[in-house]
Design a protein around this ligand. Structure first.
Ligand SMILES: [Zn+2]
Ligand SMILES: [Zn+2]
Length: 339
């Protein structure tokens, strides 16, 4: 394990497999970890980085250092379309002509999120008001994700996957595992015989990824996420290669501690709802976030906290531990039987 930031030289993990380190400027995550895999007639990159010169330069330098460059890059696999993973996809495509492969459910997000967000913004405004965001901070929250769009150079995938496919790259045989929750079409890549897995943002060594319910992610994302964690529990894996932080070994232990985190957070959410009826924004203001209190958050963080709160509240509704109801256009949560 190395914690010092070397953005010039890739780290060799085994024959034909390298870890890259691409900085995410002004972001507490620090960097994203793309992986570079040697094939028989070209190389595959997993994830890329934000679309900023500093990240592009680091990516290019490391590709060159590995003797690959853009010229020998044949494929770009994208774990999910968040800016730190997908941001440079357009540039990678332009420079290398690589085939871009993304899960179907992520492809569906590209157009509304990155290409033509007008309708998404209108929906977002209504949605924020419905969940109790005060009118005077609504605009700030609504547009808080828009600056991030600048860090994405969107490009359509050449191929989509659904999960279950095998992708053969040189000496490796990767199984595509669909792991929705953090993003609807998030995928991991399992090398069963070599006992390692590329987990993207699905499983990180110390951070729990944001699991949000929002206008583009309806249904039960927390339920999806927990199911996606459980599905990996029986895998015989020695090494976990995540997209942030560092490589680690104990996949099963980490899966269980993330599940436990959500069990505790669900209990906390019920307590935060208390005996009254509360909006999701109200509940988010009572949750003890590791990074501070809702009032001190930037609009972007507030919205992430609201989405995270909602994924837990709706999960609790499906488990009959809470009920929700609408009143004058606002949605409230309360304990069953509390009238
Ligand atoms: Zn992500
Ligand atoms: Zn990420």
């Amino acid at each position: 394990m190395t914690t010092e930031v070397d953005t010039k030289h890739p780290i060799q993990i085994m024959d034909g497999l390298y870890q890259l380190r691409v900085p995410i400027p002004n972001n507490p995550l620090g960097w994203v970890l793309p992986y570079l895999i040697e094939g028989r007639d070209g190389w595959t990159l997993v994830d890329s980085g934000w679309n900023v010169p500093e990240a592009f330069d680091a990516l290019e330098q490391q590709l060159n250092d590995a003797g690959v460059g853009f010229a020998k890059l044949k494929t770009l696999l994208v774990t999910h379309v968040h800016p730190d993973h997908y941001g440079l996809a357009g540039q990678v495509k332009e420079r290398s002509g690589a085939t871009i492969i993304i899960h179907q459910r992520e492809r569906d997000l590209i157009r509304t999120r990155y290409k033509n967000p007008t309708q998404l913004l209108a929906q977002m405004g209504d949605w924020l008001i419905m969940h109790g965001v005060p009118k005077d901070s609504m605009d700030d929250l609504k547009t808080s994700a828009m600056p991030v769009r600048a860090f994405v150079d969107p490009v359509e995938p050449d191929e989509v996957v659904w999960g279950g496919e095998h992708i053969n790259i040189g000496r490796f045989d990767f199984e595509v595992w669909w792991t929705p929750g953090h993003s609807p079409g998030h995928i991991c890549f399992l090398e069963r015989a070599k006992k390692f897995i590329l987990t993207g943002d699905h499983v990180l060594p110390t951070i729990t990824p944001n699991i949000s319910l929002h206008v583009q992610q309806q249904g039960n994302p927390l339920g999806d996420y927990i199911a996606s964690l459980k599905r990996l529990e029986d895998l015989e894996v020695d090494t976990v290669l995540p997209a942030h932080e560092y490589i680690f070994k104990d996949l099963r232990g980490r899966l269980q501690s993330i599940e436990q985190h959500h069990v505790e957070r669900l209990i906390e959410m019920v307590e935060c709802v208390g005996d009254g009826a509360r909006t999701a924004f109200d509940v988010a203001g009572r949750v003890k976030w590791v990074t501070g209190t809702l009032a001190t958050f930037t609009p972007w963080m507030q919205r992430a906290a609201l989405g995270e709160t909602l994924s837990h509240l709706d999960y609790l509704v499906l488990e009959d531990r809470l009920v929700k109801f609408m009143e004058n256009g606002t949605q409230y949560y309360k304990k069953p039987g509390n009238d």
